[in-house]
Design a protein around this ligand. Structure first.
Ligand code: ATP
Ligand code: MG
Length: 390
């Protein structure tokens, strides 16, 4: 297996051989300097997309970011972009490309020999753990308001403080975060979601003006903040946990509205709604075995975590639901000793609706341990039931 850094350097090497300039740039250089794992690599170059297509045998275009080409190297996709310029007539250069990037920590480039080009003192702000814009702060954010959300993301992910200028700008202008396309906002929120979010970073996230200007996420703010005070070891990580907490509400329509607005996939939407519904039920009453079964282990894990988070006093701190789930007689329909086809064979005159309803009844009885999960016993029970109906 080749590392991300090695894959990036393969591209840089090939471009140099073809007579072009090329550098690893952005997050990868920052993460290497910080000693963090590198999870993807961007390369910038003076070669044009057409040049790239003639140098590399295989390339993919990136839809949203035209001008960016992905080059597959041993299973890793390296994103390569031509130097950006302020004006079309400018001669393209590394310096100008770096000057157009958002934050100084993201505006460094690395040569193939590992030397770092750092015209904006990115290393220095990394060492001081300060997030600082490369150019004029006002211009940086007005030119692309998404950078406000990126500032929040990097501050949480890298544990940096925002430079005073940035904080001041946010105080006065946070509402411009409503301007970028919702897909771009959701993309940044997803990157926040995959970070381990501790009570400290969650409080910062929920209370800062940029997120508040989005208005609709974390509608249950007060409840979350007061629970955070009582749960100092709590954390969330991952799309499912993040959106379940963000969209959590007693009003399912409201939760659904958040998920739709941020264009979550149907699959995520269904699971998050299932979780929120279960939290609301679970906060008031003990969950039944059948409830646990319907949730499944992945959703149950998030549900239980959030029930304990919202009401530790009442529900203690051990994951009893997950334990109970693990000792259920069956975990899904396929583990049932009979299926629809078997029922159809034994009861050929019955309708499809009858088969569906009967299967559900069997499933419930097995889960509730009213009936053993055994083919003979189940079929006998169905037969008796039909006879008593006549
Ligand atoms: P991560 O490691 O989380 O992906 P990253 O720094 O690589 O963080 P990306 O969104 O992948 O962030 O962007 C790659 C680089 O492109 C950034 O480091 C930055 O230099 C530049 N960049 C990305 N988005 C913007 C933007 N909106 N404005 C200015 N520069 C940007
Ligand atoms: Mg990146």
């Amino acid at each position: 297996m080749i590392s991300w850094e090695e894959a990036g350097l393969v591209v840089v090497e090939a471009l140099k051989k073809a007579g072009f300039e090329a550098y690893v740039v952005g997050g990868a250089v920052r993460d290497k300097w910080m000693g963090r794992p590198i999870r993807d690599v961007d390369v910038c170059t003076n070669a044009s997309p057409q040049d790239l297509k003639s140098i590399f045998p295989k390339t993919h275009d990136v839809g949203i970011n035209h001008g960016t080409i992905i080059i597959p190297i041993k299973g890793k996709g390296i994103e390569v972009s031509e130097y950006r310029t302020k004006a079309p007539l400018h001669e393209k250069s590394l310096e100008e490309d770096l000057s157009l990037r958002d934050f100084t920590c993201n505006a460094m480039a690395m040569n193939r020999d590992g030397t770092i080009v750092d015209p904006f003192n990115g290393k220095d702000s990394i060492d001081k753990k300060v997030l600082k814009t490369v150019g004029n702060t006002q211009e940086t954010f007005f030119n692309d308001p998404l950078r406000l959300l990126r500032a929040i993301r990097f501050s949480i992910q890298l544990d940096f403080i925002l430079e005073d200028e940035v904080t001041k700008f946010i105080e006065g202008n946070a509402d411009i975060i409503q301007q970028p396309a919702i897909e771009r906002i959701a993309g940044e929120l997803d990157k926040i979601a995959t970070t381990r979010l501790t009570p400290k970073s969650l409080s910062f996230l929920i209370t800062n003006k940029v997120i508040r200007s989005l208005g609709d996420i974390f509608s249950n703010k007060e409840n979350i903040l007061s629970s955070l005070e009582k749960n100092d070891t709590f954390f969330i990580q991952g799309i499912l946990e993040f959106w379940s907490l963000a969209a959590y509400s007693q009003d399912l329509q409201k939760s659904m509205g958040v998920l739709r607005r941020y264009k979550r996939s149907k699959k995520i939407e269904n699971r998050v709604i299932k979780i929120i519904e279960a939290i609301n039920k679970g906060l008031h009453e003990e969950m039944k075995d059948y409830d646990l079964y319907l949730l499944g282990d992945e959703c149950l894990d998030v549900t239980e975590k959030l029930i304990l988070f919202f009401n530790k006093e009442a529900f203690g701190s051990t994951k009893t639901y997950l334990n109970r789930y693990n000792s259920l007689p069956i975990k899904n329909k396929r583990e049932l000793a009979i299926d629809g086809n078997m029922l159809k064979k034994k009861f050929p005159d019955m309708s499809g609706i009858w088969i569906g309803q009967t299967l559900e009844l069997i499933e419930k009885s097995v889960i509730n341990r009213d009936m053993e999960n055994d083919e003979v016993i189940i079929l006998e029970w169905v037969k008796m039931r039909e006879q008593t109906k006549k």
